[in-house]
Design a protein around this ligand. Structure first.
Ligand SMILES: [Fe+2]
Length: 231
């Protein structure tokens, strides 16, 4: 796939603004893409929408480099395919917003792939209601990271609206039997609603981690993303 020009990015707003960003996110259903000159501008924008969270793998400002890191086996820090997930699903209150900004683009691959929770629900409701019941059950999955553990739905629905998502596909998740046996339908739903694009250096996306899953395809080259999580 060729690299995206800005006009192909979903909900592209141009240069990221210091003020009024939260209104723009709400207007765009929890996802927008932007241009940004550097990490400081990214931080300023992030601080404008909430409290920047400090992550063990990040720096003191709350910026985490997402790149190939020797000695790390977390898929996010390799060049491999990163499957659909939400960030920090085991924590009591996961980050609300994620800022991912492309510092250096990949040579090949490394596309961003996003899945709106509401679209997954709509697809499952039509094609496999049993799978929808499984992923929305209060016992759907156990998420465990360090001392954090959370038992709950993969997709949380209140009054017909998706209000929370939690997902990962690695050694830190345990799925219920109902989720396990309906997993092919859930995977098919994710594939059918995916939206993908490639970021160039200086471009980024902002999403609401409560209502969008995200992932990334395998890549070659010295791709580096800067991530900021906001509570
Ligand atoms: Fe992530």
């Amino acid at each position: 796939m060729s690299k995206s020009s800005a006009v192909q990015l979903p909900h592209f707003i141009g240069d990221i603004p210091d003020v009024g960003l939260e209104d723009r996110i709400n207007d765009s259903d929890g996802l927008l893409t932007f241009a940004c000159p550097d990490e400081e501008a990214l931080l300023k924008a992030a601080r404008g929408v909430g409290e920047v969270m400090i992550h063990p793998h990040g720096d003191a400002r709350g910026v985490t480099p997402i790149r190939l890191t020797e000695g790390r086996v977390d898929v996010g820090l390799t060049t491999g395919d990163l499957l659909a997930h939400t960030d920090r699903p085991a924590t009591k209150v996961p980050p609300r917003y994620l800022f991912l900004w492309c510092k250096q683009a990949s040579d090949q691959g490394g596309e961003t792939v996003l899945y709106r929770g509401r679209d997954v629900v709509r697809h499952l409701a039509e094609h496999d209601p049993a799978a929808l019941r499984a992923v929305t059950s209060s016992q759907a999955a156990i998420f465990r990271t360090g001392t954090d553990e959370h038992v709950g739905p993969i997709i949380q629905i209140e009054d017909g609206e998706v209000v929370g998502l939690r997902l990962r596909f690695d050694h830190l998740v345990y799925f219920s039997w109902d989720v396990t046996r309906t997993m092919p339908a859930f995977q098919a739903a994710l594939r059918s609603v995916e939206r993908r694009f490639a970021l160039q250096a200086g471009q980024g996306y902002l999403l609401d981690n409560r209502i969008w899953f995200h992932s990334r395809t395998a890549y070659t080259g010295d791709r580096e993303m800067s991530r900021i999580m906001v509570a």
